[in-house]
Design a protein. Structure first.
Length: 275
């Protein structure tokens, strides 16, 4: 069974935060409802005192960051006057003094918090804040991608209603294929590609990939083209240079025996590779 995506994304972000800021300790987690966060991942800690700690909005440094939806810091946690002290025992057990908390914000909603800390009282500079914010942005982008995948999966499961719906089906198919390489969760990525396969054969064409043998990126490019994207737009969606898109498109056209983009799309649909 693959590791949960939340854990992998958070662990990677904490490693980046420590590397970029030089802070020896980092920890964090995602909100499990609108008001509470559970600290699930630790990096550089000496004890497990912080693991599983539930942080309520408004309480402690992280709770303040959640409530204000902005980064917060204290130079000496035990004596800080501008935060409440519900979590002092866990902080003291880990020996933390200087701490910062950065919210993970998606569409104006706080979805998590990343912490960085020192075991000595020291004012944290602007560069440290900027690096911590950048690590939080990485988590935000991962959550945006996952949210979009879930939305598209729901749309993909809706029944096709009339000929005009096929353009929407093709657009969803192209977006899902474009997002697939960015999904950390292996199980979700497999599900996404399986849905792409179902969409591709929804028109009744039977899949015959063995007769064509398109590479995944060649099919990604064709899916964008089928949805009406230019080479530049396909490149932006897929994170590729326009020249690279052209190369994949030429290779797909050659394998499909097509002389134009339209012929390639038609041939791919007949082969059950595109909806």
């Amino acid at each position: 069974m693959s590791e949960p995506a939340d854990a992998m994304e958070m662990r990677a972000a904490l490693a980046r935060l420590r590397r970029a800021t030089g802070l020896p300790v980092a920890f964090g987690g995602l909100l499990h409802d609108a008001r509470q966060l559970r600290i699930a991942e630790l990096s550089g800690t000496a004890t497990g005192a912080l693991r599983g700690l539930v942080i309520s909005a408004g309480n402690g440094l992280g709770g303040k960051s959640i409530a204000l939806s902005r980064p917060c810091a204290v130079t000496d946690y035990p004596s800080a006057r501008h935060i409440s002290h519900e979590y002092d025992a866990a902080v003291a057990a880990e020996g933390l003094r200087s701490v910062l908390a950065v919210p993970v914000v998606v569409r104006r909603k706080v979805r998590g918090v990343l912490y960085g800390a020192l075991r000595e009282p020291r004012t944290l500079g602007e560069r440290t804040f900027d690096a911590a914010v950048a690590a939080a942005r990485d988590v935000e982008q991962a959550l945006v991608v996952r949210d979009e995948v879930q939305r598209l999966l729901v749309a993909a499961r809706e029944p096709v209603a009339g000929p005009g719906a096929w353009e929407e089906v093709r657009e969803v198919h192209g977006e899902l294929r474009a997002l697939a390489p960015r999904i950390v969760d292996e199980g979700l990525r497999r599900e996404l590609l399986a849905v792409c396969g179902r969409l591709a054969t929804a028109s009744g064409n039977q899949p015959r990939p063995h007769m064509v043998g398109l590479a995944p990126r060649e099919l990604d490019v064709l899916a964008c083209v089928a949805a009406g994207s230019t080479n530049a737009a396909a490149g932006e969606r897929l994170g590729l240079k326009p020249e690279t898109v052209k190369g994949y498109l030429r290779a797909a056209m050659r394998k499909l025996g097509a002389h134009t983009r339209l012929e390639a799309v038609v041939a791919a649909r007949r082969a059950g590779l595109l909806p």
